[in-house]
Design a binder for this molecule. Structure first.
Ligand code: NAD
Length: 500
């Protein structure tokens, strides 16, 4: 029997009433295993109304109340790592160890939220004038919404809601319709931790649900993570509706390798960062820029390692890389490799026709490893975010040429430099136009207490996500100026002058 994933509104499961559902597929078998309810405008309104009602008390709750619930949630999350990872693997396709890693990175943000009291501490200046004190405080916004992508169905929601609710907001999540189950498990754990009904809600769906959240007058802020065209749309639409928005988009992450780098370490890093999670990571390395004469040797080292990657179902402990999310996406990724030679690329490894051998897995969304060398910047395989296991290698003569190439990209999410030269690394970190930079670190995803975010077409809005930026995004500032005159003082009298 096909499983049905319903909404979570006001602290309980609410059956979808719109009559519209979407299919959820197990990427390893290609079988539709689940139907996910798509919310109508009325159902989104019900979730926002539940969140608004809950805000009346949650927004007034003490820091101690909020953090004690988050500590309980953290313990439950920790105990349920495996169960959540299994749901992720079954719907996303990534290998179990990788799914566990995503839960662990999400948990880091819950850790941060457990200590929100420190971040929410205000500022006080005493005696700024005679008997006048000034304090700066931050207050929650109200109902806030999160719209999340398929590639991290547990971690990306956890980049958002732990901080939002710790700051006193209530939350409506619209997860990806491709792998919706992890978010419901999280909702159940939050309820078990004692989170009051309505503080965290989940509505599933497509553009109908998203558009309603973007225009709903009671939604005060929208956090979005997904592809660049949709991020741009979310930013424009939600801003036009007067909401605070942070919209994180797609990426093309470059790894610059200087001639003095340890080429074995660089090849290990490039292969791990390009093919991990089948390249379906916004911080995946998808373009290596080899500087000077090292290109041939580096490509050979990458090829040797990449060829050995074991592809298979995510729940098989022997698998290192699983299938892609949908058949449509698989075919699109394959098309970049199929067209690469005609665009002037040298095809070193072609995984476009790969299929996993095994009874029951014939219809899985399988694809193998592809490696394209001497890729011209005009090739579509370079220009587009492929979001699959395809690594492109570009060659330049100098560091300056490589930097210019990287900075010419419309994306600016993450980037990395591999070198033994501290001066070159320092120069790169100052000169490169990207939000997250790794020095001999291929995927520089910031830890929870620093913020995550790209530049250019990789982020629309002013705030990065989580860390201090998270607290800022989910609160608004207020400055209070106070005078307590001494009762013995004579009244100040009327003064129409501008206070100095
Ligand atoms: P997507 O943009 O297709 O979908 C993201 C969300 O937007 C989903 O919830 C989806 O239902 C909704 N959506 C899709 N089309 C919509 C439309 N026309 N109108 C309104 N809502 C719509 O992204 P995806 O394919 O789920 O995820 C992969 C993308 O996310 C990649 O581009 C990847 O780089 C990006 N991503 C970025 C980051 C980051 O931090 N910058 C992190 C993870 C993923």
């Amino acid at each position: 029997m096909t499983k049905i994933v319903n909404h979570w509104i006001g602290g309980k499961t609410v059956e979808g009433a719109s009559g519209t559902h979407g299919p959820v597929t197990n990427p390893a078998t290609g079988a539709v295993t689940t139907k996910v309810a798509f919310a109508s405008v009325d159902e989104v309104d019900a979730a926002v109304a539940a969140a608004k009602e809950a805000y009346a008390t949650w927004g007034q709750s003490s820091l101690a109340q909020r953090t004690s619930i988050l500590f309980k949630f953290r313990a439950l999350l920790d105990a349920n790592r495996d169960a959540i990872a299994e749901l992720i693997t079954a719907e996303h396709g990534k290998v179990h160890s990788d799914a566990l890693g995503e839960v662990a990175r999400g948990l880091e943000i819950v850790d941060l939220a457990c200590g929100i009291s420190v971040q929410l501490k205000g500022e006080l200046s005493t005696q700024v004038a005679s008997r006048v004190d000034v304090s700066s405080i931050r207050q929650p916004l109200g109902v806030v919404a999160g719209i999340t992508p398929f590639n991290f169905p547990a971690m990306v929601p956890m980049w958002m809601f732990p901080i939002a609710i710790a700051c006193g907001n209530t939350f409506v999540l619209k997860p990806s319709e491709k792998d919706p189950s992890a978010s419901l498990k999280i909702a159940e754990l939050l309820a078990e931790a004692g989170l009051p009904d309505g503080v965290f809600n989940v509505v599933h769906g497509d553009k109908v649900a998203v558009d309603r959240l973007l225009e709903h007058p009671d939604v005060k802020a929208v956090s979005f993570v997904g592809s660049t065209p949709i991020a741009r749309y979310i930013h424009t639409t939600a801003s036009a509706n007067g909401k605070r928005v942070q919209a994180l988009g797609g990426a093309k992450n470059h790894m610059l390798v200087l001639p003095d780098a340890d080429l074995d370490a660089a090849a290990d890093a490039a292969v791990s960062a390009a093919y991990g999670s089948a390249g379906e990571r916004c911080m995946a390395i998808s373009a290596v820029v080899a500087v000077g004469s090292i290109g041939d040797e580096l490509v050979e080292k990458i090829r040797e390692r990449a060829e050995k990657i074991k592809i298979g179902p995510g729940d098989d402990p022997a698998s290192e890389m699983g299938p892609l999310i949908t058949r449509v996406h698989r075919d699109k990724v394959a098309s970049y490799v199929e067209g690469a030679a005609a665009e002037g690329c040298e095809v070193v490894l072609d995984g476009s026709a790969y299929t996993y051998e095994g009874a029951g897995f014939e219809d899985g969304h399988w694809i193998g490893i592809s490696l394209l060398d001497k890729v011209p910047t005009s090739a579509k395989a370079y220009q587009d975010e492929i979001f699959g296991p395809v690594l492109t290698v570009l060659r330049t003569e100098t560091y300056e040429e490589a930097l210019e190439l990287i900075n010419a990209s419309p994306f600016g999410n993450g980037t990395a430099i591999f070198t033994r030269d501290g001066g070159a690394a320092r120069r790169f970190q100052l000169e490169v136009e990207a939000g997250m930079v790794g020095v001999n670190v291929p995927i520089p995803v910031p830890v929870g207490y620093h913020s995550f975010g790209g530049w250019k077409d990789s982020l629309f809005g002013d705030h990065h996500i989580y860390g201090n930026d998270g607290t800022h995004f989910y609160t608004r500032g207020k400055v209070v100026t106070t005078r307590w005159p001494d009762p013995a003082d004579a009244p100040a009298g009327v003064d129409l002058g501008f206070p100095r």
